[in-house]
Design a protein around this ligand. Structure first.
Ligand SMILES: CC(C)(COP(=O)(O)OP(=O)(O)OC[C@H]1O[C@@H](n2cnc3c(N)ncnc32)[C@H](O)[C@@H]1OP(=O)(O)O)[C@@H](O)C(=O)NCCC(=O)NCCS
Length: 153
């Protein structure tokens, strides 16, 4: 089995289905689709995951989107993509890796903490103000954006 992570510069719309797993509002995903760096993870030529990185500020790289095909969860692909973000962020001279995720996710905070992130802050009502449709997960409304970060050293 050979896994490779490729940077995608063109035709990023092809990855929309996967990106929508992590960010359900198409207009929001399309608004940042052509910014930053998009990476795709393939195993034996088959697409399994995507990660979209965008500059947050001069010292901070943000993981704007990260998604692995549901049928392939738990195989380490998500962690491989995070490791790619760490290597890439360091190469580009960023000092901090940031990610924001909804309050209603189950298990996502375990995943990010295992990947080295720590809780930073909360933007209350981010998803209420910025998304047209209310988002529900696990019987809970996704209202607040929880920010986690880690230093890249
Ligand atoms: C979050 C996501 C990217 C994780 O990808 P993955 O390939 O399944 O994760 P990995 O297999 O690399 O898991 C790495 C570690 O995190 C743990 N982990 C991953 N998802 C978890 C969950 N939902 N609950 C608890 N632990 C979890 C794994 O058990 C593993 O732990 P280990 O190293 O001790 O074995 C994937 O579940 C996903 O695409 N979810 C839908 C989209 C989404 O929510 N994206 C994030 C929005 S910001």
């Amino acid at each position: 089995m050979s896994t490779e992570i490729l940077e995608i510069k063109h035709n990023r719309e092809k990855f929309l289905d996967l990106l929508l797993l992590a960010d359900p509002e198409e207009a929001v995903v399309l608004a940042y689709l052509n910014q930053g760096w998009l990476f795709a993870l393939y195993e034996d030529g088959e697409l399994y995951g995507v990660m979209h990185l965008i500059e947050h500020d001069a010292r901070t790289l943000e993981i704007k989107n990260l998604a692995v095909k549901e049928s392939a969860h738990g195989k380490g692909y998500g962690m491989r993509l995070i490791n790619q973000a760490k290597v890439f962020g360091k190469q580009q001279g960023y000092r901090t890796l940031l990610v924001g995720t909804g309050n209603s996710g189950a298990g996502i905070f375990t995943f990010y903490q295992k990947a080295g992130f720590r809780f930073k802050s909360v933007i209350r009502d981010f998803f209420v103000v910025n998304y047209k449709e209310p988002i529900f997960e696990n019987g809970l409304q996704c209202r607040d954006m929880v920010l986690l970060d880690q230093e890249l050293d």
